[in-house]
Design a protein around this ligand. Structure first.
Ligand code: SF4
Length: 243
């Protein structure tokens, strides 16, 4: 197909093709295991600087010991740290978890709030985490921006900044509200498997025909290959020698 000329047109195609490639709702696509908004919020706090797989190993014991915000708000710090130790940065994460639970208890009647401006008042909860909870647990508009979303959306010509908040606003203007959570998770999956940071796999990418970066990368690869194939000119063996 002819490549769309505008970011809006490109975004429409990207939304459709990635939905075919990585089907499901935001909740289906979320790799963090959870049964409710409280569990997802706790798991997302733990996922900072940690893999989702590692978090999923830790959360069954965490949720068995602290099944709701009231229990987590009263947690003994050392016992909590011990459970979450393997996720890294366990002291600050333990503080954030109890602070988050206390905030929910004291200010939100024991229920995880769904509004972005309320979620970000909780310890350990930034815009990214708040948007994960909104889009996955509450099926509300929310577009979490992580390093994969930053990289892939820039390569696709959908964003122009390295600043996560700016990119969130840029993408919000291009993606329908109902699609935002799933779109973010799909960009993350695509960024992990195809549009990887080094040597993106454009040859197998379903977006290659509309991606403005694909031809530039192909040109770079061609230039690099021909440099390797063409040996540098050797100086003449006796150049400069006078007989
Ligand atoms: S064509 Fe290449 S650069 Fe563009 S999105 Fe796909 S993998 Fe990334």
């Amino acid at each position: 197909m002819a490549a769309p000329r505008t970011a809006k047109g490109r975004a429409k195609v990207v939304v459709e093709r990635l939905a075919n490639e990585y089907p499901g709702t935001a909740d289906d696509l979320c790799a963090l295991r959870h049964r409710n908004a409280f569990e997802l919020l706790a798991a997302t706090i733990l996922s900072a600087q940690c893999t989702d797989a590692r978090v999923n190993m830790v959360t069954p014991a965490l949720f068995a010991a602290y099944p709701d915000p009231a229990a987590l708000a009263r947690a003994d710090p050392e016992a909590l740290e011990e459970i979450i130790r393997s996720t890294g940065f366990f002291r600050s994460k333990a503080k954030n978890l109890t602070g988050m639970a206390q905030g929910i208890e004291e200010r939100f009647g024991g229920e995880v709030p769904s509004a972005l401006e309320d979620l970000v008042t909780l310890p350990g909860v930034g815009r990214k985490t708040a948007n994960v909870v909104r889009s996955v647990a509450f099926a509300q508009p929310g577009l979490p921006v992580d390093t994969h979303v930053l990289r892939v959306s820039r390569r696709l010509g959908l964003s122009s900044s390295d600043d996560a908040v700016r990119v969130e606003h840029e993408l919000n203007a291009l993606v329908p509200a109902a699609e935002r959570g799933g779109f973010s998770l799909r960009l993350i999956l695509h960024g992990r498997s195809v549009c990887v940071a080094r040597n993106p796999r454009c040859a197998v990418c379903v977006l290659a025909d509309i991606c403005p970066t694909a031809p530039l990368l192909a040109k770079q690869t061609k230039a690099a290959t021909s440099k390797v194939r063409t040996p540098a000119k050797q100086p003449a063996k006796h150049a400069g020698r006078r007989n």
